[in-house]
Design a protein around this ligand. Structure first.
Ligand code: UDP
Length: 321
């Protein structure tokens, strides 16, 4: 089999019979601290593979598109072939790891709401944190792809948190990667395992890669506990999260906007003399029946053109924030 990519802990092969499929092999290598700490731990690959298989399958069941197709023997998964975006997305519920180091916080401080952060996927730069505006300015992602990734990350956080909660485990944080399929769909990719998330049991003991990072015990024991816990969960008990998106309809400049003119006159009459011009637009808040996918995003764009806005006099924007 032709190898397409060899990462620090996974190898990606071309599936010989299907150009749009790849085989991802999880190795027993475990790394931390930018690859400075590295060890081969027999059985780790298989456990990370089983976690990814379970969690991707679970998220697919909740309507989130992923690259996962089916399990293969050994530590391997059959996946859709994607072009990976150069941005890693981290979601945090509780302060830990680099977040504590960066801001001088205590490990374990709960965050008021889930936080989504973006990092550049580039080992030579040590995966730096990057602001959303910088991502757009540097052309690393299109704005709608960025918004979509954030929205899917928050959905995934909801579903994963609920799943772990069933086993009295806490999802502290996790990292996601996204890829684009040949037909342009943005899907979750890479892996979802103890290697890429922090999970604590109810006395805040790590059952994830921190066991290795911080020499806190037996990684295989921790990963086996995670896999066993996942097997005992009931995905059907986690109900679908209602998702709301916004379509913002914005009147174009240079075209008459009668409601705006009326409002301006009224404001000036009330003494707000600094008002030069008012344009009145619309916001549609749309609640979806299922999690947002690239396909639904395309449908929202079509709705905006066909019904929600008048493309001659108005601009529209699908907002997922
Ligand atoms: N993470 C990852 N790969 C990376 C960086 C982080 O999978 O290259 C995961 C990590 O396991 C944790 C979350 O993303 O669950 C947040 O990691 P953090 O930024 O705190 O960095 P770390 O402490 O791992 O250096």
């Amino acid at each position: 089999m032709d190898i397409i990519h060899e990462g620090k802990v996974k190898r990606v092969f071309q599936e010989p019979d299907s150009p749009e499929r790849v085989i991802i092999e999880f190795t027993d290598t475990v790394t931390a601290g930018d690859g400075k700490k590295r060890q081969v731990i027999e059985g780790k690959g298989e456990l990370a593979c089983r976690m990814s298989e379970y969690l991707f399958g679970y998220l697919e069941g909740k309507g989130i598109d992923t690259h996962y197709v089916k399990p293969l023997s050994g530590a391997r998964l059959l996946c859709r072939k994607v072009a990976i975006y150069p941005i890693e997305v981290v979601c945090r519920n509780i302060a830990a790891g680099s977040f504590c180091r960066r801001y001088g916080l205590e490990r374990g401080e709960p965050l008021r709401r889930p936080l989504v952060e973006f990092f550049v996927k580039d080992d030579s730069l040590h995966d730096p944190l990057i602001a959303k505006d910088s991502i757009i300015l540097l052309g690393l992602l299109e704005e709608d792809v960025l918004q979509f990734m954030k929205s899917v990350t928050l959905s995934a956080n909801y579903y994963l948190t609920e799943l772990f909660r069933q086993q009295e485990l806490t999802l502290v944080d996790f990292k996601l990667e996204f890829g684009s399929t040949k037909d342009g769909h943005v899907v979750l990719a890479d892996e979802l395992s103890g290697d890429t998330m922090r999970v604590w049991d109810n006395d805040s003991t790590s059952v994830d890669k921190d066991v290795f990072r911080e020499d806190k015990g037996d990684l295989i024991e921790a990963y086996t506990q995670l896999v066993d816990s996942l097997k005992m969960t009931r995905p059907e008990d986690v109900s679908l999260r209602p998702e709301t998106v916004k379509v913002i309809v914005d009147p174009k400049g240079g075209i008459k906007n009668p409601p705006g003119e009326v409002t301006k006159k009224a404001l000036v009459r009330l003494g707000f003399s600094d008002v030069e011009e008012v344009r009145v637009g619309k916001i549609f808040k749309i609640q979806l029946k299922r999690p947002l996918t690239s396909e639904i995003l395309n449908q929202l764009r079509m709705m905006s053109v066909k019904l929600l806005s008048n493309p001659i006099s108005e601009k529209h924007e699908v907002s997922l924030d």
